[in-house]
Design a protein around this ligand. Structure first.
Ligand SMILES: *[C@@H]1O[C@H](CO)[C@@H](O)[C@H](O)[C@H]1NC(C)=O
Ligand SMILES: *[C@@H]1O[C@H](CO)[C@@H](O)[C@H](O)[C@H]1NC(C)=O
Ligand SMILES: *[C@@H]1O[C@H](CO)[C@@H](O)[C@H](O)[C@H]1NC(C)=O
Ligand SMILES: *[C@@H]1O[C@H](CO)[C@@H](O)[C@H](O)[C@H]1NC(C)=O
Ligand SMILES: *[C@@H]1O[C@H](CO)[C@@H](O)[C@H](O)[C@H]1NC(C)=O
Ligand SMILES: *[C@@H]1O[C@H](CO)[C@@H](O)[C@H](O)[C@H]1NC(C)=O
Length: 241
């Protein structure tokens, strides 16, 4: 009897300690996203960061320091930001990714489609080639997409029109071909569109009449036919043509 009580007390103390330890555990990043991040940066030979750990748990320290945006710390490049408020603060998702001007050579890797919580993606100023993959249309949380100053080529995928939360799209100084897809008219939150020197041709789609929030449009040095129609944005919102 007495022995049972002692065992029971020991067991309760142990399980209390275990659950207390579990409660104190820091949040963990979704393993699917950890694997995707590792694969993407591995393909680009960017496997080290001075401010977060690529082997193990990435969402510690600078990526969760409460500073909004990746520009707060220049060392956070390759950089990420995470949101660890999921499932009562036990799970982190990677919400921002920056690989800016790091001489990256290669394509936009397929693993990117698993970073489904991304709201900000900056791959500007590298040597990326090949197309913008059509799976980009699944990353519907994106509010900013920067892929300019790269050797990207091929047509602009119509799936980009799926990213209805975008307020910035930057594809300047690239090597695309063809027209701007009419689906981009669905990006009604778009405020800034950088398409200068992007290799594009043809007319502006008439669907751009829906881009009522457009404040800035850069379109020079392409083979666009006709003039930029004055239905784009409201003229008062267009600051920079
Ligand atoms: C979050 O915490 C609250 C209060 O502790 C609890 O009632 C709820 O079930 C938890 N939710 C999840 C998804 O774990
Ligand atoms: C990555 O590094 C390896 C070994 O240093 C090299 O062979 C490869 O070309 C590099 N890849 C890229 C995309 O830079
Ligand atoms: C995305 O994650 C799933 C689950 O881990 C995995 O099976 C799949 O291969 C990943 N997709 C890509 C393109 O890496
Ligand atoms: C468009 O977005 C929805 C989610 O909003 C997604 O289910 C669908 O696969 C996306 N389509 C394309 C073509 O990317
Ligand atoms: C752009 O594409 C053309 C033809 O496809 C190619 O000749 C040229 O080298 C490319 N330029 C860059 C900067 O990739
Ligand atoms: C987006 O635009 C295209 C062409 O302008 C249209 O056919 C399509 O239905 C639109 N999609 C959504 C989800 O609004």
């Amino acid at each position: 009897m007495g022995g049972h009580v002692i065992v029971w007390i020991l067991l309760s103390v142990c399980s209390w300690r275990i659950s207390a330890a579990q409660a104190q555990q820091p949040p963990r990043t979704d393993p699917v996203e950890v694997a995707a991040l590792e694969a993407i940066l591995g393909r680009w030979n960017k496997t080290n960061s001075p401010v977060w750990s690529m082997s193990g748990e990435p969402c510690r320290g600078v990526p969760v320091d409460g500073v909004t945006g990746l520009d707060g710390n220049p060392k956070n490049n390759p950089g990420i930001k995470c949101d660890c408020s999921y499932i009562n603060g036990t799970v982190c998702h990677i919400t921002q990714l920056k690989v800016y001007a790091l001489n990256v050579v290669g394509q936009i890797p397929a693993e990117l489609q698993n970073l489904t919580y991304l709201n900000y993606l900056d791959l500007d100023q590298n040597y990326l080639s090949g197309p913008i993959p059509s799976f980009i249309g699944q990353l519907t949380a994106l509010t900013e997409l920067h892929v300019g100053f790269n050797a990207l080529s091929g047509p602009i995928p119509k799936e980009l029109g799926n990213l209805t939360n975008l307020n910035l799209l930057g594809i300047s100084l690239t090597n695309f071909t063809g027209q701007l897809p009419e689906e981009l008219g669905n990006l009604t939150k778009l405020q800034r569109l950088y398409t200068d020197s992007a290799g594009l041709s043809g007319p502006f789609p008439s669907t751009f009449s829906k881009l009522k929030n457009l404040k800035l449009l850069r379109a020079s040095d392409n083979d666009f036919t006709g003039k930029i129609p004055d239905y784009i944005g409201s003229l008062t919102n267009l600051e920079d043509l």
